[in-house]
Write a protein that binds this ligand. Structure first.
Ligand code: PEP
Ligand code: MN
Length: 337
């Protein structure tokens, strides 16, 4: 952190601001110019409230030279991270191909979709047991019964399972049964939940909040990592913009930004981004071409009758065709399916 003092600051003001820095456990390096004085702060500034310095009467401006997220930052960890999801590698050239219905509806439904998705090349099975719905009157998911169905589908297919945790109440049971714990867009800043995830042994899939900035998203990853769980995969799922034709706007730029600023794997969910099944294929292809480490795609055997998100779900045949195209793109850019 660098503190630029106002022109012609007195020696007393300089000493006072320097003291404010030192009482926070940092060292200082003073650069005195002809008109301006600059205080360089040396040490861990992530816990410092910059705003307190900004409003000081002697301070002109304050600049951070270091990102506030340390564990997630590429600056301190130059190599890409790879996350192991019960044997499925994600990152460093390995793609996560997560497929399955928006919500678990029955054993037959999930197993049929899981078998078809696996035959197409999916390596992880998704399905919501606890659903965060905008309306309290919409289907809320099957709850723990849905989780048991996912476990049955894992038995039947060998695919590790990914499902959303909404409350700390089910943390232990998720830790026991779920291979990759998903934190949905709506809970990206549920800080109590994030802190608890530091205690679990399972990797975490952290979706970007509906209108989260990159820094807010990375700070949420930092919460989980600082609490003790460094196995975090980020998921871009579109953000809210002025456009209402699509459900959200897929921020493809987030892929190179995440890769530049962090070392964490980044996957893309084109289903929740566009909200329409026919947008999934072009956006999925673009995401892989832009460097994503995988895709999360909603697949349903009967989308017309789906209890949730049928409009954005691919039928298994369409998913199969998509993976064939992805495989060509992956080869060109040196990734393995
Ligand atoms: C989901 O993946 O089931 C979901 C609800 O997505 P999001 O949290 O991105 O809206
Ligand atoms: Mn959905």
């Amino acid at each position: 952190m660098i503190i630029v003092l106002k022109p012609h600051t007195t020696k007393q003001d300089l000493a006072r601001v320097e003291n404010m820095v030192k009482t926070r456990g940092l060292d200082t390096h003073i650069i005195e110019g002809s008109d301006m004085t600059v205080i360089g702060c040396i040490g861990d500034t992530t816990r410092i409230d910059m705003k307190l310095f900004e409003v000081d009467s002697a301070v002109s401006k304050v600049m951070h030279v270091q990102e506030p997220y340390k564990l997630a930052s590429r600056a301190f960890h130059p190599e890409d991270s790879m996350v192991d999801v019960s044997g499925v590698k994600v990152g460093r050239g390995h793609l996560a191909l997560i497929a399955g219905p928006c919500s678990v509806e029955s054993t037959e439904q999930v197993i049929e979709i899981a078998k078809a998705a696996k035959a197409s090349g999916a390596n992880l099975l998704r399905g919501g047991a606890f659903k965060p719905r905008t309306s309290p009157y919409s289907f809320q998911g099957m709850g723990l019964a849905g989780l048991d169905i996912l476990c049955e589908a894992r038995e039947a297919t060998g695919l590790p399972i990914v499902t959303e945790l909404m409350s700390t109440e089910y943390l232990d049971i998720f830790n026991e049964k779920v291979d990759l714990i998903q934190i949905g867009a709506r809970n990206m800043q549920n800080f109590d939940l994030l802190k608890q995830l530091g205690q679990v042994d399972r990797p975490i899939l952290l979706k970007r909040g509906l209108n989260a900035t990159y820094e807010e998203w990375f700070m949420s990853a930092e919460y989980i990592m600082a609490a003790g769980n460094e196995n975090v995969i980020l998921c871009e799922r579109g953000v809210r913009t002025f456009e209402s034709y699509t459900r959200n706007t897929l921020d493809l730029q987030s892929i190179p930004v995440v890769r530049k600023l962090t070392h964490l794997p980044i996957i893309v969910d084109p289903s929740h981004a566009g909200g329409k099944w026919w947008l999934v294929e072009p956006m999925a292809k673009a995401a892989i071409a832009a460097g994503a480490d995988g895709l999360m795609v909603e697949v349903h055997n009967n989308p017309e009758c789906a209890l949730c998100d049928g409009a954005q779900s691919l039928k298994p045949e369409k998913y199969d065709a998509l993976i064939k195209q992805i495989s060509g793109i992956a080869q060109v850019i040196g990734k393995t399916l």
